[in-house]
Design a protein around this ligand. Sequence first.
Ligand SMILES: NC(=O)c1ccc[n+]([C@@H]2O[C@H](COP(=O)([O-])OP(=O)(O)OC[C@H]3O[C@@H](n4cnc5c(N)ncnc54)[C@H](OP(=O)(O)O)[C@@H]3O)[C@@H](O)[C@H]2O)c1
Length: 325
Amino acid sequence: MVSQATRKSLLKRTAMDLITSTTVLPLLLGCLGIFGLFRLLQRVRMKAYLRNAVVVVTGATSGLGRECAKAFYAAGAKLVLCGRNTDALEELARELTASRFPQKQMHKPCTVTFDLTDSAATMAAGAEILQCFGSVDILVNNAGISYRGAIVDTTVDVDRKVMETNYFGPVALTKVLLPSMIKRKRGHIVTISSIQGKISVPFRSAYAASKHATQAFFDCLRAEVKQDGIEVTLISPGYIRTNLSVNAVTGDGSRYGAMDRNTAQGRSPADVAQDVLAAVGKKKKDVVLADWVPFLAIYLRSLAPGLFFSIMAFRASKERKSKNS
Ligand SMILES: NC(=O)c1ccc[n+]([C@@H]2O[C@H](COP(=O)([O-])OP(=O)(O)OC[C@H]3O[C@@H](n4cnc5c(N)ncnc54)[C@H](OP(=O)(O)O)[C@@H]3O)[C@@H](O)[C@H]2O)c1
């Protein structure tokens, strides 16, 4: 009878023989080589795609937008920084220009100030953006606001405000810049959505609705402009450590003014910006940046909707109880 230890050592020897045999080892090394070469080519192509590209970033004054601006600038892009606060935009432009990137040709960023909820201002801003560097290669629709409140206590004006900022604003800006991209047969539209563009969480109705609409609009756009050589990337992050909840609007239109626990424990905006850069460089179509819980929730919503709705109802009652206690 063969002992267990002997069987194990026999098995190990057979595996080693197989690996070091004349066919398997070269095959393994060949696969590794091809994979390494593929990754290298991907990196080179990504760098070339972003270097000297004209990149417009909305909501560049804070949080994820600010970090995206830094990441695209470091990649050698020609930046157009957009936001509502001219001083904050110019300060960021100065900070970027002062940063050192030896052996790289850097471009002084341009700034354009406008409010996305003002459609006339957004139309005018489109023309101003195009004048900065003559064209736009990549538009990053990042600006947005969040919302906290119960539907029953929320005025329709609040729903409209969130929709104007998160949906109609990016849609209007995209429509202003799209014809020039179609004419050049090149362009890339990137939109920062949210996990809440894929699933709806209680007490976030206006925000989730605006992000669902965003997902639907840019999914349609992707299909329509493929023939024009234009890329569309939708990015749906989970919680990011920014001022989003502090700046969120409540049911009566006032500012929420508090940092949520989930937001405070979220990912760093600089890390998420690196993922945005990689998704753009690889021309990804739809990216979810989250851990396994939101992924599971997205699948549950499609595969077991009854279970998903029960979990959301439980979450709503728990949140209501904790508010009342
Ligand atoms: N933080 C998260 O947990 C999280 C998760 C998923 C998705 N996101 C998305 O990430 C994007 C960036 O948000 P953030 O987390 O970086 O929040 P943030 O720090 O509050 O930044 C929001 C940016 O949007 C700008 N903005 C707001 N309303 C605007 C308007 N009417 N016109 C023009 N600009 C406006 C703000 O400009 P001002 O400085 O002028 O206010 C600010 O620059 C948003 O689309 C958000 O929905 C965030």
